[in-house]
Design a binder for this molecule. Sequence first.
Ligand code: SF4
Ligand code: SF4
Length: 135
Amino acid sequence: MKDGLSNYMDEMGFTSIEDFRGKAIPTVSDWRYLNLNHVSKAVINQDSCIQCGRCHIACEDTSHQAIINIKDGKRHFEVREDECVGCNLCVVVCPVPECITLRDLQPGELDQRTGKTVSAEHADWTGHPNNPMPA
Ligand code: SF4
Ligand code: SF4
């Protein structure tokens, strides 16, 4: 863990813990305020993909089986938008920086997974019909 922290600080140009202590706090939110209408899909950059297969295995075993590993009889990794839930797992396991990115669907776009159009309105758990204690 010490080596990992040291490497991270070197990469980021930090010389002291004080350089980044508390930086993420302004972005922390309670889960019930997260926007349920936010939809993202993973996208694989075919030019930088080294075809290691990590993303396929991760998504296949622990997420939504949304990354194919064969196309036209050849090894090929591509996201199925009709299955991807935008969980970010494949992004974390990919060894090539920026090879997999998440694309936010814009209001009016069709979410192929749900068959619904993405709404521009914010909707969260506080106003969800299944919430027994709405705000
Ligand atoms: S974001 Fe999640 S569901 Fe989508 S392809 Fe990656 S691991 Fe699979
Ligand atoms: S983990 Fe990254 S490099 Fe490996 S197959 Fe998937 S997209 Fe390609």
